[in-house]
Design a protein around this ligand. Structure first.
Ligand SMILES: NC(=O)c1ccc[n+]([C@@H]2O[C@H](COP(=O)([O-])OP(=O)(O)OC[C@H]3O[C@@H](n4cnc5c(N)ncnc54)[C@H](O)[C@@H]3O)[C@@H](O)[C@H]2O)c1
Ligand SMILES: [Zn+2]
Ligand SMILES: [Zn+2]
Length: 365
């Protein structure tokens, strides 16, 4: 079928909405008519990061829409179902069976190769392949092919423009707190970088009753939201002679039990590590840096842990409904962070999230 997609024509190029040809769903595929698609920083980074031979490419991994057709082998979904789409996993390897679907043996092939497992692309234009199948969806498009494993069925009453970001950004931040760190009320948490991912982490920590939460971000608008969620904030560009590390230590009574980095800036990751208390743990979530500078002496003397997490160790089939329940209960108040754009204004949406004018842009198809 013909549909519209936001195509990135080459490395580092903007998005262009053009007509593309999308395959009919195969026996294991689900055709989804997109209602809304969140833009995650990863959609922007990948356009700069993938090698030139992997373009043109359609990204998008926070799609939400309505199932239009399902292949003969698809179970649990039918036309008319409303779905939030997330990342793919095989659901069969040892990691998947242990519930750690973000570390599936097949993660790379299922989410990042730009094609199906058999090497075919689901998208074409003028007879030439267009790379897609990004996170098993490539949902920066009016229609997408997805799979039963990455479609989470949601209540049709929900506004899909508000729940699209639960498929990645919101789930990653919240999952890092709820699945990985599991802070107690008396543990302190510092979050470096409070875009969609960092703010979701803060909202989840506040929901868990964590009292000492610190947010570090140079953008005033984002610090304001973090404050509304209960965090004390630090502007790293306005500390005079004092270092960010000293300020965070001051606010957390000597260092934070837990830190999260979403900036992917090497120097900031090092600050996050140094801001930890003895035996503290830092989770690095950002994508984009080649390597991080570790303060080895501080790491050793403090017995600290620096680790990372894919999607906050979430299983979307469990985490998306859990967060939507928290949203309904008023303990995960992310709706105000969403700014909607008509799909053809995608580059404006990217510019606005990059400048910090908005937190979570969502395209409406
Ligand atoms: N690990 C995962 O599975 C996963 C999932 C989703 C997103 N990500 C990654 O997480 C990161 C965050 O995503 P996002 O959508 O929230 O991005 P974002 O760009 O909205 O947020 C990053 C924030 O970092 C802030 N920042 C910049 N310099 C800083 C500094 N010196 N100190 C403190 N803060 C600073 C920015 O102002 C911004 O608010 C991206 O790198 C994205 O690719 C990872
Ligand atoms: Zn993402
Ligand atoms: Zn698996």
């Amino acid at each position: 079928m013909k549909t519209r997609a936001a195509v990135v024509e080459g490395q580092g190029q903007p998005f262009t909405i053009t007509e593309v040809e999308l395959d009919e769903p195969r026996e294991d595929e689900v055709l989804v008519r997109m209602v809304a698609t969140g833009i995650c920083h990863t959609d922007i980074t990948m356009g700069h990061f993938l090698p030139p031979e992997m373009f043109p490419h359609v990204f998008g991994h926070e799609g939400a829409g309505v199932v239009e057709a399902v292949g003969s082998q698809v179970r649990g979904l039918e036309p008319g179902d409303h779905v939030v789409m997330s990342f793919r996993s095989c659901r069969d390897c040892a990691k998947c069976r242990a519930g750690l679907v973000g570390y599936c043996d097949q993660t790379l092939l299922l989410n990042y190769m730009g094609m199906r497992m058999d090497g075919s692309t689901s998208l074409h234009r003028d007879g030439s392949p267009v790379f897609g199948s990004f996170f098993g969806q490539s949902s920066l498009a009016a229609h997408a092919l997805a799979y039963a494993d990455n479609c989470v069925k949601v209540d049709p009453e929900l506004d899909l423009t508000l729940v699209a970001p639960y498929g990645c950004g919101f789930q990653t931040g919240a999952g890092t707190v709820l699945n990985v760190l599991k802070p107690g009320r008396d543990d302190s948490l510092v979050v470096f970088g409070v875009g969609a991912v960092g703010l979701a982490a803060i909202a989840a920590a506040a929901a868990e009753g964590v009292e000492s939460i610190v947010a570090v971000d140079p953008l005033a608008g984002r610090r304001e939201v973090a404050e509304k969620f209960g965090a004390t904030t630090v502007d790293p560009t306005d500390l005079g002679d004092r270092s960010v590390v000293d300020r965070v230590k001051e606010l957390t009574g000597g260092g934070a039990a837990y830190a999260i980095d979403t900036t992917a800036i090497s120097e900031v990751v090092r600050q996050a590590q140094q801001s930890l208390a003895v035996r503290g743990t830092l989770i690095a979530l950002g994508l984009g840096a080649e390597d991080y500078a570790v303060d080895a002496i501080d790491l050793l003397q403090g017995g600290k842990t620096v680790m990372a997490s894919v999607e906050g160790d979430s299983d979307p089939q469990e985490m998306v409904p859990r967060l939507l329940e928290m949203r309904a209960a008023g303990t995960f108040p992310m709706d105000d962070l969403v700014s909607t754009y008509p799909a053809d204004q995608i580059n404006q949406a990217v510019a606005d999230v990059t400048s910090g004018a908005v937190v979570k842009p969502v395209l409406v198809w």
